[in-house]
Design a protein around this ligand. Structure first.
Ligand code: ADP
Ligand code: MG
Length: 240
């Protein structure tokens, strides 16, 4: 589904991504871990061209989205993204947040968009919050809404950047549960997270990123129980 070839990203003189080569198949749940500043967010943001790669190629569903001739907006609709800080529109209700892009970008009829939004809200247990404003919601509820908002565009892949890092501990579980359910339904997912339990139970493949490269990858079980790379071992000794 996604082929990444020799991906580099520089911010001025700062060389952040130093040649990433990988491929992500349909239905995989890739979990990315690694130290702060290793380039995890930059990698995710390059995947949907929120950041423009300095060098290399990203082929998404057989289209080179890094080609200058490509209209990224078409492919970007197929990639949902969920951020640490929710990024909901504060002056719009929950249902307006969810239906905005389907109506404006996809040209969906309002009634259809509303129906789809209500179906998704019901699935995450938040149908009663459709008319609420983001400030009336807990962090966990906001993040579940942000996931629903991304899903409303019917993406082929979902990218998550530390979706539970800004949450109070008691709200982490409700968000991970939604993500786990999504994975069980076969969604292709790329998840940057520090939740090692999620990585182990839901991840199909784990990338350990260090200094702008994928330093190690394998099944979560293999990497956790038998890390090969010194930096991976050092990281685990701090977080596990
Ligand atoms: P991680 O998500 O693994 O913590 P990031 O991808 O956020 O790492 O950042 C990697 C490096 O790139 C850091 O040194 C960070 O300061 C730098 N960086 C990230 N975004 C920008 C930007 N927009 N401009 C300049 N430097 C950036
Ligand atoms: Mg980050």
């Amino acid at each position: 589904m996604i082929h990444v070839k020799n991906l580099h990203k520089k911010f001025g003189k700062l060389h952040v991504l130093k040649g990433i080569d990988t491929h992500i198949e349909k239905g995989e749940v890739i979990v990315i871990i690694g130290p702060s500043g290793s380039g995890k967010s930059t990698f995710l943001r390059c995947l949907n061209l929120l950041e423009e790669p300095t060098d290399g190629q990203i082929i998404f569903e057989d289209v080179d989205i890094t080609s200058k001739r490509n209209d990224i907006n078409v492919q970007r609709q197929k990639m949902g993204m969920v951020f640490q800080q929710f990024n909901l529109f504060p002056h719009k209700t929950v249902i307006e947040n969810i239906t905005l892009a389907p109506i404006k970008v996809k040209g969906m009829k309002k009634a259809e968009a509303n129906q789809k939004a209500m179906d998704l809200l019901t699935r995450v247990g938040l149908a009663d919050k459709a008319k609420a404003y983001p400030k009336q919601l807990s962090g966990g509820q906001k993040q579940r809404i942000a996931i629903v908002r991304a899903l409303a565009m019917e993406p082929d892949v979902m990218l998550f950047d530390e979706p539970t890092s800004a949450l109070d501990p008691e709200m982490v579980g409700e968000v991970l549960e939604v993500m786990q359910q999504l994975a069980a339904e076969g969604m292709t997912m790329v998840v940057v997270t520090h939740e090692m339990g999620f990585a182990r139970e839901v991840g199909t493949r784990l990338f350990f990123m260090d200094d702008g490269q994928i330093a190690e990858e394998g099944t979560p079980m293999d990497v956790f129980t038998n890390p090969q790379n010194e930096r991976t071992k050092e990281f685990f000794s701090k977080v596990l």
